[in-house]
Ligand binder design. Structure first.
Ligand code: NAD
Length: 507
């Protein structure tokens, strides 16, 4: 176990990041580090009055922020990116402390925030619409994109700050104000991010007050964002159960939603696959972040001709992977977030065993670890078929492996789950790769060749289909979700021809 005093270390990092001690010392909600289970902070939830006031202030801020030229709005995001660059080490370490990510993944999360700031800065000069040919003489038709208003951001524990940054950087350059409800499990990284953002605001100088708020709390705070008429878009990241509750509530008031929900991601390993590459790619995708990524590899279909060779090598990786304190160099698998995650993992493994599953790994690792910390050896479970827990997302490091003989059957099983986030195929056969990427192939929002399903970069649109919610965030043209489109028709002639040949002559 770590020799560092984690509560003290947390306080040191928060001070360096500019968070007032009162904000994490006196509240009723305890914040625990999964590394030891110790309490590392006490925060206060926002009450209904504070929540309503923050939304009203954000709406007022939006009314003036929308008038600021987009490249100038980009300047605020650039300044925030500078703060992140200057404090990457501290914020990355705080992510490791609060979520249990290994050091390089904590830093990688902050790098992702920096990357999206760079992307959004460039985007601030590229918020373009189309010009469209019209059927009427001396007319012009075009599309204009305008800000939406207040964007409510609800985020999950496993990417406690990067997901906010994906939304925030784009929403802000698009001219919106933002109100953030982070996971109740990760309020400290949210406070630190907000403090860095406050520094960027101070350097920017004249951004309207209330432009970016953070509201700590649980579902009730989430509900307030979801139900508030002034929140034009609710961008919610989390479980499918959360999305099922949030989606209809926002639809009820004709608000917009952007849902980034659970995944049950799979890979197919074909006879021609480079097995060295596959083993490395699959091991990271399945065991990295202790199986707590939405894009974690959870199902594996291996061609019978390479099944024994691949699974044998994967088993070795599962039995030898370094599990432990995420701050210690060499650790690849840190702790699960809490006991509930551990219990869910054990329940899934027990159910898989009753269905004929043969597990390698999966047990709790207790040697030298605190009683309130939940470390596990990742589990590789060979399943006779895709049944029971294989069809669900268990947010823990379990990889279910199955054989296949016909690629068409493997793709059918690949797609036969409710979720549709990420997917990959390992093959050196062009036909197999292209089939997997075609309309007959993977039904996911992300489909890769010769890399695993996890570890996306920000330049592409991120999100998935079916019960993953259909939202797209981050790169490509995802910015459009944060804006509304107006179609404009301009008549620069002296007559008034009507579309479709309609006549309406008032004489
Ligand atoms: P969760 O659903 O328990 O919580 C996510 C957030 O939603 C939290 O802030 C929570 O307070 C809030 N929330 C929960 N119920 C709500 C409700 N009824 N109304 C309003 N807000 C509500 O998820 P989690 O355990 O924090 O995160 C893990 C889940 O998130 C996994 O399913 C994972 O796949 C998913 N996830 C998806 C993506 C993606 O981009 N698709 C990214 C990260 C995590």
């Amino acid at each position: 176990m770590t020799a560092i005093d984690l509560p003290q270390e947390t306080a040191r990092l928060l001070a360096q990041l500019g968070v007032d001690k009162a904000a994490f010392s006196n509240g009723a909600r305890l914040v625990r580090t999964p590394i030891t289970g110790q309490t590392i902070g006490r925060v206060a939830d926002a009450d209904a009055r504070q929540t309503a006031a923050a939304i009203d202030a954000a709406h007022a801020a939006y009314l003036s922020w929308r008038l600021v030229p987009a490249p100038r709005r980009g300047e605020l995001v650039r300044l925030f990116g500078d703060e992140l660059r200057a404090h990457k080490a501290e914020l990355g370490r705080l992510v490791s402390l609060e979520v249990g990510k290994i050091a390089s993944e904590g830093l990688g999360e902050v790098q992702e925030m920096i990357d999206i700031c760079d992307f959004a800065l460039g985007l601030s000069r590229q918020l373009y619409g189309l010009t469209i040919a019209t059927e009427r003489a001396q007319h012009r038709m075009m599309e204009t994109w305008h800000p939406l208003g207040v964007v409510g951001i609800v985020s999950a524990f496993n990417f406690p700050v990067a997901v906010w940054a994906w939304n925030a950087a784009l929403a802000l350059v698009c001219g919106n104000a933002i109100v953030w409800k982070p996971s109740e499990k990760t309020p400290l990284t949210a406070l630190a991010t907000q403090a860095l953002f406050a520094r960027a605001l101070a350097k920017f100088g004249d951004a309207p007050a209330g432009l970016a708020a953070v509201l700590l709390g649980g579902r009730d705070v989430g509900h307030a964002l979801v139900d508030h008429a002034k929140v034009a878009l609710v961008s919610a990241t989390g479980s499918t159960a959360m999305g099922r509750a949030v989606g209809p509530r926002v639809a009820q008031r004709f608000g917009r939603v952007l849902l980034e929900l659970g995944g049950n991601n799979a890979a197919i390993v074909c006879p021609s696959a480079d097995l060295d590459l596959a083993v490395r790619g699959l091991a990271f995708a399945a065991m990295g972040t202790a199986g707590q990524r939405c894009t974690t590899l959870r199902r594996l279909f291996v061609h019978s001709s390479v099944y024994d060779a691949l699974i044998g090598r994967l088993k070795q990786a599962y039995l030898s992977v370094g599990i432990g304190d995420p701050l210690v160099p060499g650790t690849l698998v840190g702790p699960l977030i809490d006991k509930a995650a551990f219990d869910a993992m054990q329940a899934a493994l027990a159910q898989a065993a009753t269905l004929g599953g043969k597990a390698t790994g999966g047990a709790r690792v207790t040697d030298g670890f605190a009683a309130d910390a939940f470390y596990v050896r990742p589990a590789l479970v060979e399943m006779p078929d895709q049944t029971g827990p294989v069809l669900e997302e268990t947010f823990a490091p379990i990889l279910y492996a199955m054989r296949y003989d016909d690629l068409g059957d493997a793709i059918a099983k690949h797609n036969a789950v409710a979720q549709g986030l990420s997917s990959s195929i390992f093959t050196n056969d062009l036909r197999e790769a292209e089939l997997f990427l075609s309309a007959r192939g993977s039904d996911c929002g992300i489909a890769n060749v010769n890399i695993g399903p996890s570890g996306a970069e920000i330049g592409g649109a991120f999100g998935g289909e079916k019960e993953t919610g259909g939202g797209r965030e981050s790169g490509s043209d995802s910015w459009r979700a944060y804006m509304r489109r107006a179609t404009n028709t301009i008549n620069y002639g002296r007559t008034l021809p009507l579309a479709q040949g309609v006549k309406f002559d008032i004489g």
